[in-house]
Design a protein around this ligand. Structure first.
Ligand SMILES: [Zn+2]
Length: 489
């Protein structure tokens, strides 16, 4: 057996001002064939798991390039076409192959391409022909277009959000692929369009029980090879944006369609109940200031660079400064220019500085003040599970007693170590302001006396009924009340 694998992934927030080119992939992950490290990043587990599976089987795994850029705005056209053609050329050179097993994210948008993954997968289908297996792992925050479903044999998406299971799902992908290649199963993919868009954290109900139920069905029903929820990605203004349910069965198209439909309608029945409750800026700051023992963590949940924003909003900080809140640390505010100025001034300097809120409307106003440069760190990193996440050259500044970390590489606030590496002990603070929607929860919940989710400003298009979409279809909830009519609860 000879299999081909490659990775091409990022998540495009089409509202984000942070457009990207090849450099963004090189900064996050760009590995030529054979150069991919042993540990996977979010979307490259099919490659690392594939190495192990093929070694055990004595099969040949031909590695194509692996490219991942952190979530941001539109991808430069030449960059997308260049990476795509590089991988397609590698596949052509590897032909004939028995299967193509990919790591995609599924929410890319490139200049001139509303469905890059559909384009990529159908070109792969053209190369390998109709009978060769094509399967892909996906991030659930993606767009399941008809073109992709047409081109691929099956998809497996991460089930957990936060995405703690990307390696487990790559194991599922390969286990099914091996069963297909050895003739034990014939995968048929059934898709149900839930005609909705929502946010589905699995760290809380009702999604926790729903995911447990999917795994129970997979374990108990021999006809069912895999069940996935495509959550959809509301910051991607593309025609087929929305939530979908995928059932992959062993040749049971009708049963798969029924299962996808009943599970999809169950999700739809819980529409609007999946999200964590959100506080306004005033509510979050009042609550945080009233708590006796800290640290209270305020998640600036929509200014999350992990969702493609700049991460430079100042709305919460401005409110905390105005109300003279004490014991506050903010990590982080993205401002490479301000970091450069602090680096030039040096540790201990007191300087006039303008920082933050330069990227986009809805992020507040730049903050002006005389700040003390407390600590400077080149190429700063925070912990992220077993590995590290870089946040670039960084400056810890103090303004009116408030500690603020300015960073130069956009990064979600994954872990409290982002404070400690900048000389701030987060456990001694009363209030920690961080930039993350949900990934922070696992690590910050260990030190937080309380966690508040705050919706501050509009750095991210978080209200689908009101977002200024140009291309997204309008016949889904919450743009319309009940697109399923009487058949849904
Ligand atoms: Zn995701």
């Amino acid at each position: 057996m000879k299999l081909f694998t490659a990775v091409l992934a990022t998540e495009t927030n089409t509202f984000s001002p942070i457009c990207i080119d090849k450099r963004a992939f090189e900064a996050s992950l760009y590995a030529r064939p054979g150069e991919h490290p042993v540990t996977p990043t979010l979307c490259s587990a099919p490659l690392t798991v594939g190495r192990r599976v093929c070694a055990e089987k004595g099969w040949t795994l031909v590695e194509g390039s692996a490219a991942w850029a952190d979530p941001a705005g539109l991808i430069n056209r030449q960059t997308y076409e260049g990476l795509r053609d590089e991988i397609l050329d590698q596949l052509r050179a590897a032909m004939p192959v028995d299967g193509v097993i990919l790591g995609l994210h599924g929410a890319m948008v490139a200049d001139g391409y509303l469905d890059p993954e559909g384009d990529f997968l159908s070109r792969i289908r053209d190369i390998v022909g109709p009978d060769i297996l094509i399967c892909t792992e996906l991030d659930p925050h993606s767009h399941l277009t008809a073109k992709r479903v047409e081109a691929a044999d099956f998809f497996v998406a991460f089930k957990e959000f936060p995405h703690t299971d990307f390696v487990d799902r790559a194991e599922d992908l390969w286990r099914i692929a091996v069963d297909v290649l050895e003739g034990r199963v014939k995968p048929v993919m059934s898709v149900f369009d839930c005609r909705m868009i929502d946010v589905f954290p699995t760290s809380r109900e009702p999604m926790r029980s729903f995911v447990d139920k999917l795994q129970r069905i997979e374990a108990e029903d021999d006809d069912v090879l895999s069940l996935s929820v495509i959550h959809g990605f509301m910051a991607g203004d593309v025609p087929e944006m929305g939530t979908k349910l995928i059932a992959v069965t062993n040749g049971k198209a009708e049963k798969g369609a029924q299962l996808a439909r009943s599970l999809g309608l169950e999700l739809f029945a819980n529409r609007g109940r999946h999200m964590m409750p959100q506080l306004t800026v005033d509510e979050a700051v009042s609550r945080a200031m009233s708590v006796e023992t800290g640290p209270v963590v305020i998640a600036d949940m929509w200014d999350n660079p992990g969702g493609g924003t700049a991460g430079d909003a100042t709305v919460l900080l401005a409110e905390l400064l105005a109300r003279k809140a004490e014991g506050v640390a903010v990590g982080t505010i993205w401002d490479p220019v301000a970091v450069q100025i602090c680096m030039a001034a040096g540790e201990g300097a007191e300087i006039p500085l303008r920082f933050g809120a330069k990227s986009a409307p809805g992020t507040g106003n730049p903050i002006d003040g005389r700040v003390t440069v407390v600590k400077l760190v080149r190429n700063a990193e925070m912990r992220f599970g077993e590995s590290f996440a870089p946040f670039g050259d960084a400056a810890h500044i103090r303004l009116d007693g408030t500690d603020i970390i300015l960073n130069s590489v956009r990064a979600q606030s994954f872990d409290p170590s982002l404070f400690s590496v900048m000389g701030i002990d987060p456990t001694t603070k009363k209030i920690l302001v961080i930039k993350s929607t949900n990934h922070f929860h696992a690590s910050f919940s260990r030190i937080a006396s309380e966690i508040l989710y705050c919706s501050a400003g509009t750095p991210y298009p978080n209200s689908p009924a009101h977002n200024p979409y140009r291309l997204v279809r309008r016949d889904i909830w919450p743009m319309m009340e009940n697109p399923h009519g009487t058949e849904a609860a």
